[in-house]
Design a protein around this ligand. Structure first.
Ligand SMILES: [Zn+2]
Length: 638
């Protein structure tokens, strides 16, 4: 470690220590994942003079955080007592979680603002209890996924300290080469929708971006990413980055931990609980259907231990030559456009993941202003010219009309929804139109993981569209609760939803690949009075897609394991315009915004024809080299 370069870690530590006055009482400096942690027994000084740490961050261009030595931390019981004494009752504290690995206490409250606005002297309190304090919005109902995460974090505190340290040592290792080659290897989700996965290699590092499964395939060679093709040793991986929680982007991640990956996974804050929810449900559904799940709960817990969540727009080192920034993608809660800044700005890669370049009820539009961008990897789910979606008003009218038609006849409307994203959007629309009197008033039954997913939405208001955020945080109202909704908590309550008479039923999964929606489908599909109404994209090979494409008879497996033939006599329709994906025009507009800086565009995540069309149009319109790789291709970016 004698090197003269700035990147040498001893120099980095010295540079940091040089600018800190002795009053700060820094006892040690440690790596903590992508951050550098300054430990002290006297947090007050640096908290009162917080410019000192800001100055250091500006000098070293690394994330630096203040930490409190364990010896001065009060016991959990004592600290809890002190906190509960000063927190006003009306705050409605639901959970106080002490993270021993970081020395932080997370306070979840129904009304976080009433703590913050109430002369809450954070510096004095931190000094008194010896724990850093984070105040968060509590979900409106307890979230199992979030409790699972807290439980795992609690029981793995010691192990995580080791993990964070090892990750930090890798990130801040000295760079060997100054000039970097960059290669992108496509492992899934290219020339297709499903199992999104790619490996980015520079001369210094290897980063895996997304790690999904293909929900419509049964054969491992088609349903999992082709990691076998690159023959990579998991120890060589510097990081995994997940764009969003949908299983076609995250469903294979626990398998990496099953096979011994000990490195970090980066994602936005809400992506972690959403992944835990969807990955856990995947195991449940598989075991109910007698299918094989390639991982189990142990692997999900390993993933939680190694997960480093990031807020949007924060620059984070993830290897000696790669910095990562996540930005809002507008697709689902926490969905991110991944911006990689490689080798001191030598090359910038923007990977859109799934994105929506338009404001919706739930989210702001995807972020488009990037300081630098040489390579763009864009999804093209709606990449053909016909894929121009009606505007929101038209979509909502169409939706309301299609539902009313069936309700008027006394039929039931079944809306299959993915638990995360469309479900919450549709709930807001249904409630609004019923209150306006435009939608016939009938009970709305909701089943599946929707309540749990909704709880996670409430817990992360800062990731929602502005209006929703202020409703939840400032007005303390919950926009996802409505007098029209009945939550079906248990299969035995399904009779209520299936009772004679018109009704609306929303259930998961969105593509009819398992979940309670199938049970409703079996009952409702046989009558021509009913309707099944699709509101989200149906991936090739899924049951939802086959039905949408005109199948009139399908085989389903009953609870007793026997095959049941279901004749589809009900109406099958879809409503366009609620999708969380950019349509053709929105993709074009997004690329136009980035165009001045781009050197190449890689078109991915679409059916072959759509990708071909999108690539052709983009290269013609913008005169930028365009690529449309299949899986198992290598593209040199630099
Ligand atoms: Zn998605």
């Amino acid at each position: 470690m004698q090197g003269q370069s700035f990147n040498s870690s001893t120099n980095l530590m010295n540079l940091i220590l040089k600018d800190i006055p002795s009053e700060a009482g820094i006892s040690r400096v440690e790596y903590e994942g992508p951050r550098i942690a300054l430990y002290t027994k006297n947090p007050k000084f640096l908290m009162e003079n917080n410019y000192i740490i800001s100055d250091i961050v500006n000098t070293v261009k690394k994330r630096v955080i203040l930490r409190i030595e364990k010896v001065v931390r009060k016991s959990e019981d004592e600290a809890r007592k002190i906190l509960m004494n000063v927190i006003p009752k009306e705050a409605g504290v639901t959970n106080v979680f002490f993270d021993d690995a970081l020395g932080e206490v997370i306070i979840e409250a129904k009304r976080p603002n009433s703590i913050i606005n109430n002369n809450f002297n954070s510096i004095e309190l931190v000094n008194e209890i010896g724990w850093k304090i984070k105040i968060r919005k509590a979900p409106h109902i307890p979230s199992t996924s979030m409790s699972n995460i807290y439980y795992t974090l609690k029981s793995s505190a010691e192990d995580r300290e080791r993990i964070y340290k090892t990750i930090g040592e890798r990130i801040f290792r000295p760079r060997i080469l100054s000039d970097s080659e960059i290669t992108l290897l496509t492992l899934g989700g290219f020339g297709q929708v499903g199992r999104s996965c790619m490996l980015l290699e520079t001369s210094e590092s290897k980063v895996l971006i997304d790690c999904g499964i293909h929900p419509g395939s049964r054969n491992p060679l088609e349903s999992y990413p082709r990691l076998d093709w690159v023959d990579i040793d998991l120890d060589e991986l510097d990081a995994v980055i997940i764009s969003h929680a949908h299983l076609d982007h995250s469903g294979f991640l626990p398998v990496l931990y099953k096979y011994g990956y000990d490195g970090p996974v980066y994602c936005s804050e809400p992506t972690l609980p959403l992944m835990v929810l969807l990955l856990t449900d995947f195991i449940k559904v598989a075991s109910m259907q007698g299918d094989y799940a390639p991982y189990d709960m142990r692997d999900i817990r390993e993933m939680i231990k190694h997960c480093i969540t990031l807020p949007y727009s924060l620059v984070t080192d993830i290897s000696p030559d790669i910095k990562l920034v996540l930005n809002n993608a507008g697709h689902i809660l926490g969905s991110s456009i991944i911006h990689l800044h490689i080798g001191e700005g030598a090359h910038n890669v923007i990977y859109t993941g799934d994105y929506k370049f338009e404001r919706t009820l739930l989210f702001e539009s995807a972020v488009w202003n990037y300081p630098r961008a040489e390579t763009l990897i864009t999804e093209s789910t709606y990449g053909s010219k016909e894929d121009i979606m009606p505007n929101r008003e038209e979509a909502e009218n169409d939706f309301v009309n299609k539902i009313n038609e069936t309700l008027k006849e006394g039929g039931k409307v079944l809306i299959p929804v993915p638990a995360v994203g469309r479900a919450q959007e549709i709930m807001l629309v249904l409630d609004r139109y019923m209150r306006m009197g435009k939608l016939i008033e009938v009970p709305i039954f909701i089943e599946g993981m929707i309540s749990e997913a909704t709880a996670i939405h409430v817990a992360y208001p800062e990731y929602l569209a502005r209006d929703l955020r202020s409703k939840i945080l400032e007005e303390d109202t919950n926009p996802f609760v409505s007098e029209y909704f009945t939550i079906i908590e248990h299969p035995s309550n399904r009779d209520e939803a299936l009772r004679e008479g018109p009704a609306l039923i929303m259930a998961t999964s969105g593509m009819l690949e398992g979940g309670p929606v199938l049970e409703y489908f079996k009952e409702l599909a046989t009558s021509d009075k009913n309707k099944i109404l699709f509101v989200s994209y149906q991936i090739n090979g899924t049951l939802g897609r086959r039905i949408l494409d005109g199948a009139r008879e399908v085989n389903l497996i009953n609870e007793d394991g026997k095959i049941k033939v279901v004749n589809i006599n009900c109406k099958v329709e879809k409503v366009e315009g609620f999708s969380g994906h950019s349509d053709y025009n929105q993709i074009m507009r997004f690329v136009a915004k980035l165009r001045p800086k781009l050197r190449r565009i890689i078109v991915a995540h679409g059916e072959k024809k759509k990708i071909e069309n999108m690539a052709r149009v983009l290269s013609r319109m913008f005169k930028i080299p365009t690529f449309q790789p299949d899986i198992q291709e290598a593209i040199k970016l630099r």
